[in-house]
Write a protein that binds this ligand. Structure first.
Ligand code: ATP
Length: 321
């Protein structure tokens, strides 16, 4: 049995690393994919985790499998495809460390995950099931995602969802909105950015917009991430904000995933349903998650920047809010 299982895209991120001797940009090969980062963050905190997805039967795919195992995440749900290559994304960082993604896809192996390839035992035996919307951009991975979430939910897992809206991956906005909403209909806990809240509701006031989302879907807990500002929460009739820690940011990659992985770790440590949490317990879990997110911005990359319990604890004790 698993503490957490994630399903979704798993790909190669090519990250810029300066110029070659010939003056050409050099890109570094790194594992990418938000759902994997979330379970990798949890594995780093000592949780038993697994991942379900599809890579190509090629050297990049084999590298990704190794990378998963190196993080202590089970590869029992990772399928290798002969039909398509491992998906790749090229990342560009601006001077503030903000990223833009340029995908080589259509379709990459990740999008070819089929319902019948999903490892059912992993869905049936997990306490938390996490997914995003990138695997919902097209079939067959759309159906594999929805069916897997339904199965895990039926078996009593807490369903965690990060819409992770990347406009360039969708044919059009209407399609994106519909697929993202299909995810919201199934989720218990939703982690969403301010931009995504505005995209989904058309409402610029996050407090009002988050209420609309809670009313429209049966979400128990909504977490709105806000970069260096920290995070907002909405649960029961509570609405509030927890400040983040002040750090020297070098690269924001993986902050949201580190934040969510750390929050889900707290959910499992507390070991009781969200319905019986107090607001104090929620804020305390969010302080821990904010610290993990802040820490992830102090180092380059997604997976290398995930924090250990000791590192997150040290940042919290510094009291540098
Ligand atoms: P992503 O961009 O990775 O998809 P996201 O936009 O959801 O994720 P962020 O808002 O960048 O994620 O970060 C998640 C959390 O991490 C924030 O809510 C905050 O608590 C913390 N965090 C992020 N950036 C910083 C920062 N520069 N300083 C302090 N805390 C930060």
């Amino acid at each position: 049995n698993y503490d957490a299982v994630a399903l979704g895209e798993y790909l190669i991120d090519f990250t810029p690393q300066g110029l070659s001797d010939a003056g050409q940009p050099v890109f570094e090969r790194n594992p990418g994919g938000a759902p994997v980062n979330v379970v990798a963050a949890m594995a780093k905190l000592g949780m038993k985790t697994g991942f379900i997805g599809k890579v190509g039967n090629d050297p990049f795919g084999r590298y990704l499998r190794q990378a998963l195992l190196q993080q202590g995440v089970s590869d029992s749900g990772l399928v290798a495809s002969d039909e398509a290559h491992t998906t790749m994304a090229f990342i560009h960082l601006d001077s503030h460390g903000e990223r833009s993604f340029h995908f080589s896809r259509k379709p990459g192996a990740d999008q070819l995950l089929r319902e019948d390839e999903v490892n059912l035992a992993m869905l049936e035996g997990t306490r938390v099931f996490h997914f995003g919307s990138i695997s919902m951009t097209a079939d067959p991975s759309y159906t594999a995602t929805i069916k897997s979430v339904q199965k895990a939910k039926e078996k009593g897992a807490l369903i965690s969802y990060d819409p992770n809206w990347r406009p360039s991956l969708w044919e059009d906005e209407q399609h994106a909105r519909e697929a993202i909403q299909a995810g919201l209909n199934l989720a218990d806990l939703v982690k969403i950015s301010q931009e995504e809240v505005i995209f989904l509701t058309g409402q610029g006031d996050i407090e009002i917009a988050s209420k609309q989302l809670m009313e429209r879907y049966s979400i128990q807990l909504l977490l709105v991430t806000a970069g260096s500002i920290g995070s907002f929460y909405r649960m029961n009739d509570w609405w509030g904000k927890v400040d983040s820690y002040s750090v020297h940011t070098v690269d924001t990659t993986g902050a949201g995933d580190g934040f969510l992985g750390a929050f889900l770790y707290q959910v499992l440590m507390l070991g009781k349903p969200l319905q019986v949490w107090s607001e104090d317990e929620l804020c305390s879990a969010l302080r821990f998650a904010n610290a993990a997110g802040a820490l992830a911005t102090t180092r380059k990359g997604a997976i290398p920047s995930l924090g250990t319990i000791e590192e997150i604890g040290a940042l919290m004790r510094s009291g540098n809010v």
